[in-house]
Design a binder for this molecule. Sequence first.
Ligand SMILES: Nc1ncnc2c1ncn2[C@@H]1O[C@H](COP(=O)(O)OP(=O)(O)OP(=O)(O)O)[C@@H](O)[C@H]1O
Ligand SMILES: [Mg+2]
Length: 420
Amino acid sequence: MAANADTLINTSALIEAVPPLGADGVTDLARRAADLNKTIRDLATHPTHRKTLRKFVGPEVAALLGLKVETLYRRLDRHPALPQGTTANPRRREFSLEEVFQLRQAFELPAKRAPGQPGIVVSICNFKGGVAKTTTAAHLSQYLVMHGYRVLLVDLDAQASLTQLFGILPHTEVGDDQTVRSFLEGPNFQGQQNLNWTGDLRPAVQKTHWHNLDLIASNLGVYGCEFAIAARLRDEEGFAFHRPLSEGLEPLRQDYDVIILDTAPSLSFVNSNAMFAADGLLITLPPAMIDLQSSSLFFDLVAELMEAFNRMEATPKTYDFGSVLLTRVRPNDTTHAQISKWIRQYFARETCTHTMVQSSALEKVGPDLLTLYEVAEYDGDRRTLERAIDAMNGVNGEIADLIQRALNARAVAFNAAKEG
Ligand SMILES: Nc1ncnc2c1ncn2[C@@H]1O[C@H](COP(=O)(O)OP(=O)(O)OP(=O)(O)O)[C@@H](O)[C@H]1O
Ligand SMILES: [Mg+2]
């Protein structure tokens, strides 16, 4: 179409209205985005700027301990030294998660692993972005600690979504020595002694607002691990690119029943390390064509990676489990239903029975940096939240069962090796 005078005038007006964007401009955008993130975090965590965890009510505590609420209250009456909960109303007592854990110990509920037995490492993975890896990692870890596990979460994504979900600002509140970076750089990096290197990943661990749930956070510096591992491959004789994370986590297996890795959506050295460190894989997969196509690529790449491990290691790599979790499933979507059915046919043994449904409750609380388990007051129909929590519990209960079975099998081997 030929340009007339009007369009020419309008176009030049538009060019004037939109200034060119140079490096300074982008730096300014980054600064404003960081300010916005801080504003959102501060609003969500007012007034302390730190997240705090809600209390747990009597019926919830009884369910977590596998008791009827009357039985719980009767036992508490009989043992006044136990945490009694706080309340103005004796029929609605509230307990902190730490108190729930104390009750679990006082009632001598079964331990999660044999004394001295190392904990298990689970990687939440898929090289596709936006498939609910971080959502799964956060909810699974919180479910596990509510049920008495000691859990370490490791944020391996430089985007640091998981770190932010715990109310921590990655760029200003996380140092490189609080991420995996300093450790992955090794004791001598680029010809100089690495002063932040401490021999394992313990110093990078920080507490969270969840009792017994600790975090190795992330920040943008975690991108630097790619360069660091490439440099070590070049500089260090016999360096095995896949081993550092596994070695750094080794002593931490004594401190935690479960170590959960939240991975980035990419094939990278850090993800290769996660694949090697993991004992179990949980592959999150929405039932959509585009996600399904990339998951076949994911399996190809993991197979290649395992072959590479096996060429370098004395023992071939095997996982205790490799399970597929259907995520972001829209309940009334016929395409999702059809693809879910196909996935269940082709991966009958691997696919979890429960699915993580796309939940309006999660969409509602997400902007407040809350998980479903953290919500105290819900601005909507409480039944929607309760249904979402029930569905989430179904998913996490099944995965906790997988993890416990793997721990039990390892306990048998561990005890046999100790005795033999
Ligand atoms: N069950 C769900 N219901 C509603 N929203 C969900 C659900 N699961 C995930 N989401 C939303 O989908 C988006 C992507 O989820 P998430 O960040 O967990 O994916 P991811 O795989 O970790 O992404 P990335 O690959 O970028 O790390 C987030 O905004 C999250 O809140
Ligand atoms: Mg993520």
